[in-house]
Design a protein around this ligand. Sequence first.
Ligand SMILES: Cc1ncc(COP(=O)(O)O)c(C=O)c1O
Length: 382
Amino acid sequence: MMGFGAALQAEFPLDPGWVTVNHGSYGATPRRVLAAQAAWRARLEAQPTRFMTLEYEPAMAAAGAALAGFLGADAAGLAFLENATTGCNAVLRSLALAPGEEVVLLGHAYGAVRKAAGVVAAAAGARLVEAALPFPRPSAAAVLAGLAAALTPRTRLAVLDHITSPSALVLPLGEMVALCRARGVSVLVDGAHAPGQVALALPALGADWYVGNCHKWLFAPKGCAFLWTAPERRAGTHPLVVSHGLGQGYQAEFGWTGTRDPTAFLSVEAAIGFHAALPRLMDRNHALAAAAGAMLAARWGTEAGARPEMQGSMAVVRLPVAAEGPAAALALRRRLLAARLDAPVFALAGGLWLRLSAAAYNEAADYVRLAERVEAVLAAEA
Ligand SMILES: Cc1ncc(COP(=O)(O)O)c(C=O)c1O
């Protein structure tokens, strides 16, 4: 059985000179998953035509079945994609919005997804509406009230983050989806951070589409993500690229979008195996993130961003600085990287907030190191 924290660090190729407490942005791939990927690549490159003609389809089907099992979903609705951005774009571009219709996004929606929705809405003469997301420490009732206030008879689609990017809130997704469905609004869930961070049972959520990354919290190599689509939506949901599968159904269309490197997809079973071998990983990470957030808020005399019921494997803490705004956040982030500390900084609620991740290879001492490096950088600025 594998341990956690320092005992697990040899499993990852991470540079030990860095304080890496940012699993949320790009994940970190274990050596044994990278080895599985290298084995797939060797198989492919030994005879590319044989692999692509004879082995690709069954191998992809097996990877899809393994991921479907992990997600509690049916494999027929699951398509592999390179990343969550691609999945959200595919859904948005499949929509055929009408002039005057509205697309609702949450206040803390991911910037790239907001841009994609904006382009699609503008092309159709539709418009984006922002649902207010109270912060810090919103209650579930306050989040639901913000969403309810943004829905109108013109709302065609709600894009709901499962776990918000800048504020690391695990939102009350089941209730949010139910609210949208009750108003006749379709739902795309942006679950980029969710697989491997929180337990998932996709069809039971009642959403029309769910997009998730496996390369963040599920330990898959970079470029491994999925789109799950509800049965009644599959015929109308298309990939961004038209290729040989056109007209042959959802699986055929998403299964071949031109020649690409499928080895990240094919390594998902190894990634799921690594995740499963770590006992109670998600609960352990949630507790570590909450403790680290509380420790830093107390040390800096500030506050943490989430109530316990919205706590996942990440936490945000307000930094003890007067600066605010995205430019100040980016400047500080760059100075932290120069000090070999990887933890992103976001401008929220009139201040700067640091987002920490608690991954399997992190332990409490990492957040003391984080505090020391942040304080050294801030002292050097003063
Ligand atoms: C909420 C959310 N959506 C989408 C993405 C985009 O993920 P990717 O870069 O894998 O497309 C992210 C990345 O952090 C995210 O946090």
